[in-house]
Ligand binder design. Structure first.
Ligand code: PEP
Ligand code: MN
Length: 346
């Protein structure tokens, strides 16, 4: 059960509701929101009667929640979540594409690739400054210098920036520059980091963990939502399975599953999901056909020299031709590539 307090509720009305919950020997969880407060209830075995609460002064609505996540599910919010990133609407009808190199390597590399992906029609620019690498000996990213280069690339191209936050220590520095903070697969259950990200009022992209179930993924989303950050979208990036022909197995099935269960936008990253350049475009096309709100694609103009993930990077030319396909597929489904909702700096 989730109780939504009206925006004008008094402290006394809130404490009366909490007292009633405790009297039933159940546990209330106060969830502060942007406009008001919600109270989640746990500990009940069977369904609770909403009339126990919706008759109380200050209560706007009491809704039954059948899933462990309360705020991420459709029980709580029937309509789709959407919000602006720069001039583009994430979660709206237009397909939003994020493209760029795996890692920021140098100013020249980033600006060259940023210009190329912008020319091809990408909406947002990606690039890792802090990289989570399996090996401690592999390139770890340029760190703060990489963030500066991302800010310069945004200035140069007008493209909003998507970049990964690895830990709480670098959170403030990343939040200063990023238009979207990316939580990588390996951090999907870094609950301390998720709580801090929930306190921000900036968009966050939460990638699916390497072996996370849909429930676990949505519970991680719940960490951000329950701290009050509602600008959140998900990104499927492939999971570990037994197939040995690709880096990961792209679970496209999860796209309609997320859309059924949650109001959060869902993106697909076919680059990490396949790890193989030749498979990226087919899976990107399939993701749009499956109903993804957007895509994230790695692009490099000199993949043989890339410091990270060269084998899965598309050339700017291949990315450009993929963008034409994506536009056609989205068009066939009554959608299209996202258009600016207001004039950006680009
Ligand atoms: C990335 O997008 O740069 C990345 C490291 O992806 P993932 O966390 O999905 O492996
Ligand atoms: Mn990568």
């Amino acid at each position: 059960m989730l109780i939504l307090m009206s925006s004008e509720h008094t402290k006394k009305q809130l404490s009366d509701v909490l007292a009633r919950i405790r009297k039933l020997r159940l546990k209330p969880h106060v969830i502060p929101g942007r406009q008001s407060v919600a109270i989640g209830i746990t500990g009940n075995r069977g369904a609770l009667d909403p009339h126990l609460f919706d008759v109380m002064p200050g209560v706007m609505e009491a809704v039954r929640v059948t899933r462990p996540y309360k705020l991420a599910g459709r029980d709580f919010k029937h309509g789709d979540t959407s919000f602006n990133v720069g001039p583009y609407r994430v979660g709206g009808p237009g397909l939003v594409v994020i493209a760029g190199p795996c890692a920021v390597e140098s100013e020249e590399q980033l600006i060259r690739i940023a210009r190329a992906v912008k020319k091809a029609g990408s909406h947002l620019l990606r690039g890792g400054a802090f990289k989570p690498r399996t090996s401690p000996y592999a390139f770890q990213g340029l760190g703060k210098k990489g963030l500066k280069l991302l800010a310069a690339a945004r200035k140069e191209t007008g493209m909003p920036i998507v970049t990964e936050v690895l830990d709480q220590r670098s959170l403030d520095a990343v939040a200063d520059v990023a238009d979207v903070l990316q939580v990588g697969a390996r951090n999907m259950q870094n609950f301390a980091l998720l709580k801090d990200l929930g306190k921000l009022r900036k968009p966050v992209m939460l990638k699916r963990g390497l072996s996370a179930t849909l429930d676990e993924w949505l519970m991680s989303a719940e960490y951000l939502l329950s701290e009050g950050n509602a600008q959140l979208f998900l990104c499927e990036r492939g999971i570990r399975a037994f197939s040995d022909h690709a880096r990961n197995t792209l679970d496209l099935n999860v796209v309609p599953a997320v859309k059924e269960l949650s109001h959060l936008p869902i993106f697909v990253d076919p680059s990490h999901a396949t790890g193989v350049r030749s498979r990226v475009a087919p899976m990107a096309r399939a993701a749009v056909a499956a109903g993804a709100h957007g895509l994230m694609i790695e692009v490099h103009d000199r993949p043989d020299q890339a410091l990270c993930d060269g084998p899965q990077a598309l050339s700017p030319e291949d990315f450009s031709s993929l963008m034409r396909d994506l536009s056609a597929i989205a068009g066939a489904l009554g959608r299209g590539l996202a258009e600016p909702v207001f004039r950006g700096r680009g």
